[in-house]
Design a protein around this ligand. Sequence first.
Ligand code: ZN
Length: 104
Amino acid sequence: MAPQLAITGALAWLVWPAIASVGTLLAGTAAAILYYEWVHFIAHIPYKPRTAWGRWIKKYHLWHHYKNERLWFGVTNPSFDIMMRSYAHVVDVSQSATVRNLNG
Ligand SMILES: [Zn+2]
């Protein structure tokens, strides 16, 4: 996480050199990274999330690993998949022959 925060902090300092603004941005960035890592961790352990959203986003991420590696890249939400056209309805997608190949 340190490299991401250093780069983010340096770029923010160039744009807006105020310690309070850069500190706030870094705190938000660290929180976002920790949230991403937490949701990804939960997706890969045998734990059933308590909320409907948590159960859905876990299933969503696991489609990427077990159904088609070219779709559903989102870990915390599907917004970039929708924008980048890597979202599809799971029932419309057949299983990729290479989904379990970790090295391509
Ligand atoms: Zn994963």
